[in-house]
Ligand binder design. Structure first.
Ligand code: IMP
Ligand code: MG
Length: 174
């Protein structure tokens, strides 16, 4: 059983906002070929709903990153899989679950530039600007959230809660 969580963003608010983002992206990329590049695993539910809210032909691509944190060094990010050469010369929209410190996104944008895309923009469901450690620009954002650990709609805590249809706050275990 999933334990009850305190809801921060309801399912209907998420669905409404995803439709707005899809309409905005459809306008902005009209007459251009768009590649939606999903970051596994956290972005999958957002990706699936956002793709259906965009009324343009889309190419689906995915990659997976891993971050390693310890107290002594800045976090290290690594590409685990994906990042095809298909992206060369294309308009790429990164679809992320959350931008927190910004290290993951900074690494990803640096990596993508090696693949020579025509443009790279970022769409994130959630943004926690108060936690930023490195400057990154976000082009489309679903919701700004406070400095709390959030789960649901793809986001996990120790691989749990990804399948909640809403965003909730979890209290860290002591
Ligand atoms: P970064 O700190 O911006 O590099 O964020 C890295 C990754 O940490 C995100 O893509 C998420 O997968 C994860 N993350 C950051 N904050 C949260 C959170 O509140 N809940 C769940 N995952 C998070
Ligand atoms: Mg992520």
């Amino acid at each position: 059983m999933l334990e009850p969580q305190s809801i921060l963003i309801s399912e209907s608010d998420i669905q409404q906002r995803v439709r707005e983002l899809g309409a905005q992206i459809s306008d902005d990329y009209a007459d251009r070929e768009l590649v939606l590049l999903g970051v596994l695993r956290g972005a999958v539910l957002f990706y699936a709903d956002l793709a259906r809210a965009i009324s343009l032909p889309l190419r689906f691509e995915f990659l997976q990153l891993a971050s390693y944190y310890d107290d002594t060094k800045p976090s290290q990010v690594q590409l685990i899989r994906g990042g095809s050469d298909y992206l060369a010369g294309r308009h790429v929209l990164i679809v992320e679950d959350i931008v927190d410190t910004g290290h993951t996104l900074k690494f990803l944008i640096g990596h993508l530039h090696l693949l020579n895309p025509k443009t790279v923009k970022v769409c994130t469901l959630l943004d926690k600007p108060s936690r930023r450690e490195t400057a990154v620009s976000v082009d489309y954002c679903g919701f700004e959230v406070p400095d709390a650990f959030v789960v649901g709609y793809g986001l996990d805590y120790a691989q749990k809660y990804r399948n909640l249809p809403y965003i909730a706050v979890v209290e860290p275990e002591h």
